[in-house]
Ligand binder design. Structure first.
Ligand code: GLN
Length: 446
């Protein structure tokens, strides 16, 4: 893994922090346990993994790709990180992202952009772009990312790998630096669907340290991969193949549906009528929650304190204005505005109501269909710099991932071909807690 990283990471730049010494020690420790008979060799034994830099890692710097946390050394592991250690993986280092997971291209990292391994002039997607690029470039076996509005699925699509956003609550968020708590969910980015099933099995499950954690029995995700989709009913939302979608991407999705059809599945056009409001709803709700969550960065409790402050108010003001990048400030301002008295009913409350309508759209389709399929993103990856001056265009890349996040349901992105030599992702969406079906369909297709 480190040899490969040395060969390629000066071009891909997926990592923010490498932890070679501890990783070697952890690997040696695992070998020793195995040799002494103290542990059995699990399915993930010794696999090198990378962790998105918004998941806290004990004694390993965790920056959220922000200057604010450039010196932040967590004193505990996120639940998913300790679960991966229990599963005998070896943490290689921390992966680049958009600052505080706000963005879709990795260009909002306060440190450096990550490059798409298929063509280094292109973005890897985001916000888990470092995670996707590291897996695609073979620097780690798999990686963890977080998805609030698409941040696992969209970079997986742009980098030609598999990215799974589980049902909200299936994977503990304890130790994930919060962006929008009602939407954030952790999941794996892997080379194939089987690896995604293994990784999900390792990280899912009830955690009393996360009040939104689902207390449900876990199925065996591996045995769900039967290869059989005969009789499966697929709904294809007409809103996901309409305006704004690159026709070449649409073509790839239709080809994918033909493959599933040839395996015995049937598909029909369905409608998710409130889709067009999803992006506006998401950016109101996510920014509102972010403005509240990021209040903890005050220059006192975490990270960097401004050197230029002469009084307490200065400590807050200067630490925040020097520590946060432009996109994070934009979201905090938008969210604070939407939550302020006099505007709350018009924006935040309205957005919550629309969120319910969006969820009901999915419920209605799932009454008659097993999965919903469409593209993961409207286009393949774009060139670095092409959209960075235009936040609204950037926000529209999330048009087909955001509704799923608002509904809290699971979805996976699997590669379904290339357009202009860049990978395209197929999004398979399932009912709440039905990751088994999502994985089964993705596995049959890939
Ligand atoms: N691109 C979206 C945003 O900027 C999604 C981010 C995410 O899922 N973390 O908010």
């Amino acid at each position: 893994s480190y040899t490969r990283i040395q060969q390629v990471d000066n071009k891909v730049r997926a990592f923010l922090t490498l932890d070679e010494e501890n990783a070697r020690q952890a690997a040696a420790q695992l070998d020793k346990q195995l040799a002494s008979g103290g542990a059995a060799r699990g399915a993930l034994f010794g696999l090198p993994v990378g962790i998105k830099d918004n998941l806290v890692t004990e004694g390993l710097r965790t920056t959220c790709a922000s200057k604010f946390l450039s010196n932040y050394m967590p004193i505990y592991d996120a639940t998913v990180v300790s679960k991966l250690k229990d599963a005998q993986t070896v943490t290689i280092g921390k992966l680049n992202m958009d600052e505080f997971a706000m963005g879709g291209s990795n260009e909002n990292s306060a440190y450096h952009p990550t490059h798409n391994p298929w063509n280094t002039d292109y973005v890897p997607g985001g916000s888990s772009g470092g995670s996707a690029a590291a897996v695609a470039a073979g620097e780690v076996y798999f990686a963890l990312g977080s998805d609030t509005g698409g941040s696992i699925r969209q970079p997986a699509a742009y980098c030609g790998i598999v990215g799974l956003k589980p049902t909200y609550g299936l994977v503990s968020r304890y130790g994930l630096v919060a962006f929008a708590s009602s939407l954030d969910q952790i999941g794996p980015l892997t080379k194939n669907v089987e690896d995604a099933a293994y990784a999900l099995q390792a990280i899912a499950g009830y955690d009393p340290k996360d009040s939104t954690s689902a207390n449900v029995a876990l199925p065996d995700y591996l045995s769900a991969l039967t290869g059989d989709v005969k009789g499966l009913r697929i709904g294809v939302p007409k809103e996901y193949l309409g305006k704004g979608i690159d026709p070449a991407v649409k073509e790839k999705v239709l080809e994918a549906l033909k493959v599933l059809e040839s395996q015995g599945a049937v598909w029909e056009e369905v409608t998710l009528p409130h889709s067009e409001y999803a992006v506006a709803t998401y950016y109101l709700l996510a920014s509102s929650e972010a403005s509240s969550n990021l209040a903890r960065f005050d220059g006192i409790r975490y990270g960097v304190r401004s050197d230029n402050a002469n009084n307490l108010l200065d400590v807050y003001n200067l630490s925040r204005s020097e520590g946060f990048g432009p996109e994070v400030k934009r979201r905090i301002m938008l969210g604070t505005y939407a939550l302020s008295s006099g505007y709350y009913d018009a924006y935040y409350k309205k957005a919550q109501q629309v969120r319910t309508l969006i969820k009901q759209d999915f419920d209605q389709v799932f009454a008659n269909y097993d999965v919903i399929i469409g593209p993961t993103a409207p286009t393949p990856a774009f060139k670095i710099g092409a959209q960075s001056s235009d936040p609204l265009t950037m926000y529209l890349n999330d048009i087909m991932t955001i509704p799923v996040s608002l509904a809290g349901i699971p979805a996976i992105s699997v590669p379904c071909g290339f357009v202009n030599d860049m990978p395209v992702g197929l999004q398979i969406i399932g009912k709440a807690l039905d990751e088994a079906t999502v994985l089964r369909v993705a596995h049959a297709f890939e």
